[in-house]
Design a protein around this ligand. Sequence first.
Ligand SMILES: NC(=O)C1=CN([C@@H]2O[C@H](COP(=O)(O)OP(=O)(O)OC[C@H]3O[C@@H](n4cnc5c(N)ncnc54)[C@H](O)[C@@H]3O)[C@@H](O)[C@H]2O)C=CC1
Ligand SMILES: N[C@@H](CC=O)C(=O)O
Ligand code: NA
Length: 829
Amino acid sequence: MWSVHKFGGTCVGCPDRIKSVAEIVVKDVSERKLVVVSAMSKVTDMMYDLIKRAQSRDESFLSALDAVLEKHTSTAKDMLEGDDLLSFLSRLHDDINNLKAMLRAIYIAGHATESFTDFVVGYGELWSAQMLSLVIKQKGYDCKWMDTRDVLVVNPTSSNQVDPDFPESERRLDKWFSNNPSSIIIATGFIATTPDNIPTTLKRDGSDFSAAIMGALLRAGQVTIWTDVDGVYSADPRKVSEAVILHTLSYQEAWEMSYFGANVLHPRTIIPVMRYDIPIVIRNVFNLAAPGTKICRPSADDNGEHVQSPVKGFATIDNLALVNVEGTGMAGVPGTASAIFSTVKDVGANVIMISQASSEHSVCFAVPEKEVNSVAEALRSRFNRALDAGRLSQVAIIPNCSILATVGQKMASTPGVSATLFNALAKANINIRAIAQGCSEYNITVVVKRDDCIKALRAVHSRFYLSRTTLSMGIIGPGLIGATLLDQLRDQTAELKEKFNIDLRVMGITSSKKMLLSDSGIDLSNWKEQQSEQGKAADMQKFVQHVHGNHFIPNTVLVDCTADSYIASHYYDWLRKGIHIITPNKKANSGPLDQYLKLRSLQRQSYTHYFYEATVGAGLPIISTLRGLLETGDKILSIEGIFSGTLSYIFNKFKGGRKFSEVVTEAKQAGYTEPDPRDDLSGTDVARKVIILARECGMKLELSDIPPESLVPEPLRAIESAEEFMQQLPHFDEDWAKKLQAADGAGEVLRYVGVVDVTNEKGLVKLKSYKKDHPFAQLSGSDNIILFTTERYKEQPLIVRGPGAGAEVTAGGVFSDILRLASYLGAPS
Ligand SMILES: NC(=O)C1=CN([C@@H]2O[C@H](COP(=O)(O)OP(=O)(O)OC[C@H]3O[C@@H](n4cnc5c(N)ncnc54)[C@H](O)[C@@H]3O)[C@@H](O)[C@H]2O)C=CC1
Ligand SMILES: N[C@@H](CC=O)C(=O)O
Ligand code: NA
């Protein structure tokens, strides 16, 4: 059984490499071996350059020819010795003399015919084949070299390609073997002959094609294509760093991948071997340990890939434009498509993909960008009358497009593949301009904006191949909650990556003064030092652009850990850009009603997520509980509770002769208060939470509809800074002591409560006294308690209770929103 190998120009680029190739050949234990070689790297270009110089009557073709001679002489001297060296050099000199004469003729004529050119460039292969065969012979093996022009017969076709004449080539091959019996043959790639014995070449990717034809002629057991990569990747590794080597591909898959720009093999290469089911193996000459990629007929246990995916790989083509021919006069008119595409053919443009909906009102197709204007012009002139009469409404061009092709033989008959694909694109906020899938189902092609292409490629690759959900995160406001969140992320990201395939990368952290940016993810163990040493002046626009513009991660989330309404005013714009938002900041949801409604309606229409569980009850599941009730059809009657961790703490601790101002200071130090504690004491923070829940229930309330009972002493309300307020507060301790005594005397406790009265469409926020056995009186620390009275929970309300403020629980609530987002985006649960 024959084994065929092909080594490209880089594999035989210098003496050492030629020696390693010889080593690989002799180590192949196959009974008989045929090795196809290209010219040494750069030599084919040097040969074309000789012709160019001679044609333009430039005498320097002589010195350029000397350089060719020198390259091969020194290579041969480095590897060969004795008679072998002498015979090679003597033949080389004869060849160079012949070339000199040929080039002189071209110089005189000022022109080179195609066959003359093919003859000249083919010398590179003749020399590399001879040198390799002599190196193998010197190792003590029987080895012959073959000028493939004696064997391989091809017919040129109209499209600058050639069709092999298999029967004639087979006949000539048999004859060649009877004259040159040997178990190792080194054959020239790229070159061939016409049936009239005129030298020709196999045109583009010729040497791979030579190897495939030889494989077919010999009915070889395998054709190995040696190159400088470990095999075929699931996507271009320069664009997708997580791309993996595919162990097997079917012929059709390899064909589709290579058509779509993946550097696999020219599709033509596959045809001859496919006919006889001969596997092609792509291997790395510089990494013999890598098994490579085997292209073959799929076997029953084909899916030895480490991830069982119906999709094998992804490829892209850039620099395309779509042409859309549209109009009501096309439907049901036979010949329209034929007229469109014959016009495109007349322009000589190549149609890369076609899509037509069954309403027949439009035909859309992709062509190379550089050809689109002439295509559109030709169509407008061809359909001039139809356009004038309105039967066609337009011939439109959509420029700057790219194709993303998803390839896999197992996609056929696997429902859900396209849904997953489109879902991954939707989640990365990528708009699809056109779609094509043939009924062979090997390939789903989508057209996207060129600027989106790499992001699209990464989104679908990670969805199918790695099922790893990668999030690019930007943290705004690293104060108490933000910094605690960063600590929690630091401690948990490795585990999330390993166990759940969730890859969280903080690409930026910004305070109001300084921002720290990273291209691959900030090391969270010392972000504070990095921020102070490398931080740049904060600039929200640049920050967002950095975190979102990073194309190597398909999804972006901004985490707003400020209490700033200015930051909240950006949410609309961010969501529109496809950026997900997570926040404990209450300002957006309790701000002006019209802006809130606009934000929610945008979010509901898009695939972008906005989560804010920590805005009410910090980490306690308040928003999610309410959502669960509403979405399952329960009817909320009222929500009542203690919503302020700060006020809960204050009234839990304000007893036994303690001073009011002291307890407030403690709450602030414990991290329960808002950045300005007056937001808590004034009841505004509770009013905001009541508004958030009321709006969640569909009530259209403004913050001004719920005037809270303020606990901020009247004279301190106008004070500028929070610090000064805290200094002045002790002056009012006596007033507070009296209030407390009054309640205590009545056997009651003070509690600051909020009520969402859904039945009467009202909200209420006030300080109330409760009997000491009331559930609200039983709390401790910063506990919140929230009672949901609903149709289903009417007799006994549904109660959520627990600490409702503080760094760890709040950051934990934000973190769990981040993980919810990851799971919405496809992370495993
Ligand atoms: N502390 C708690 O227990 C809870 C807090 N929250 C909310 O969490 C948010 C953060 O609270 P804390 O961390 O306690 O406050 P904090 O004052 O410690 O942190 C806020 C940070 O945001 C920064 N900041 C303000 N404006 C900014 C801007 N325009 N750009 C960048 N950074 C800016 C501040 O400099 C500060 O570092 C607030 O919205 C608060 O309502 C929600 C639930 C509980
Ligand atoms: N300051 C707030 C923090 C949570 O929203 C509170 O005290 O509840
Ligand atoms: Na919550």
